[in-house]
Design a protein around this ligand. Structure first.
Ligand SMILES: C[S@@+](CC[C@H](N)C(=O)[O-])C[C@H]1O[C@@H](n2cnc3c(N)ncnc32)[C@H](O)[C@@H]1O
Length: 343
């Protein structure tokens, strides 16, 4: 009964985000670049059954008690409407940047902050206003991502919960790298109240908004830091995870981040990365992976897509990872061996 309710509500929610995507696409078409790539109706048709399957999977997880309903954030319709107006307002600026390929377009405080940041990071990913360098950008971020994925982003992020449930004790010190505005963070905090989570991000503005979004939780600390050079001792955490971050990094930084995540993990601890599907993971969806970086500013995505996550983890940690595909997301996880032997 609960499962059916969750599934139907999630499908309806996806419908809302799909409709919200239409005016965004119109803006991109009329203001964005003239040669904007358009998916064919056949390509679009491949998506809906997978959206339904994703929501079904989540409904089963909840019905089976793998994670609680509170892992899903229920949106307030009024706040949602206000946020949509904000997102549409920004849509004009995003489309203009898209048209003019402006990917280092910062003003005022955002420009100041960007100037002190690593080169790969100081840019307008997705052509978003202020990049990761303002609270206004952080407040729009989750809504923009949900529109992009027709209301499936949250459910895809939550694919990490069953692995954390099965392969950890649910307690001890945990680390999230690149927590953004705190969406995956919320689901983990709600599911594992006995874990003490450090939510880390390079962006002070995103951390501030994550802190506001998660104020009802007392099992979380927020830390500004760089995932490629973590300020923690070896073997500090029982679990380390990162969601939707690797595809925004050049190969060298990706390797450093994985190596650092593994270093700070305790022997026996679990390491999880969830990020975009990669080339040929699901051939039916290759078109979406090719289209995405052509439209949104994602300069490292093509390289990420070819550099299989399994091989990244193996060459950086020496351990063979498990893989699971969840719609447009791929999750790889591994357990750090207790000795130096391969697991
Ligand atoms: C695409 S967002 C994903 C955010 C969030 N995990 C989510 O699921 O929405 C990538 C995040 O990684 C952060 N980030 C990028 N490079 C980082 C680094 N070297 N160390 C820590 N955080 C970083 C960005 O500030 C941003 O919040």
């Amino acid at each position: 009964m609960l499962g059916r309710l969750v599934k139907n509500a999630s499908i309806a929610r996806s419908g809302v985000y799909f409709l919200e995507n239409l005016p965004v696409q119109l803006l991109n078409r009329f203001i964005g670049p003239a040669d904007l790539d358009k998916p064919t109706p056949e390509q679009l048709k491949t998506l809906w059954p997978q959206v339904v399957a994703l929501h079904e999977r989540e409904a089963n997880n909840i019905e089976q008690g793998i994670y609680p309903l509170s892992a899903i954030q229920i949106e307030n319709p009024l706040r949602h409407a206000r946020s949509f107006i904000e997102v549409m307002g920004d849509g004009l600026r995003v489309a203009w940047r898209m048209r003019n390929n402006k990917n280092k377009d910062f003003k005022g405080k955002a420009a100041q902050t960007a100037s002190g940041m690593p080169e790969y990071y100081a840019r307008n990913f997705h052509f978003q206003t202020d990049g990761y360098f303002s609270e206004a950008s952080a407040r729009r971020y989750d809504h923009q991502v949900e529109i992009l994925f027709s209301g499936t982003a949250g459910a895809m992020r939550r694919c990490i919960l069953p692995v954390l449930k099965r392969d950890t004790t649910g307690a001890g010190r945990w680390l999230e790298i690149g927590c953004g505005a705190g969406s995956a963070t919320r689901s983990v905090l709600a599911t594992f109240p006995k874990a003490r989570l450090t939510a880390l991000d390079l962006s002070a503005s995103y951390l501030k908004v994550a802190q506001e979004n998660l104020r009802e939780f007392d099992n979380v600390d927020f830390a500004q830091g760089d995932g490629t050079q973590l300020d923690y001792k070896d073997g500090t955490f029982e679990a380390v995870f990162s969601v939707f971050q690797l595809h925004e990094m050049p190969r060298e930084e990706r390797e450093k981040l994985v190596a650092e995540a593994f270093r700070v993990l305790k022997p026996g601890g679990v390491l999880i990365f969830a990020d975009s599907l990669q080339k040929d993971d699901d051939p039916e969806l290759n078109w979406a992976l090719e289209r995405f970086p052509k439209i949104y500013h994602e300069p490292f995505y093509a390289n990420y897509s070819k550099d299989k996550m399994e091989s990244l983890l193996k060459r950086t940690t020496g351990v063979t990872a498990h893989t699971e595909l969840v719609f447009l997301t791929k999750m790889c996880w591994l357990q750090k061996p207790s000795s130096s032997a391969e697991s």
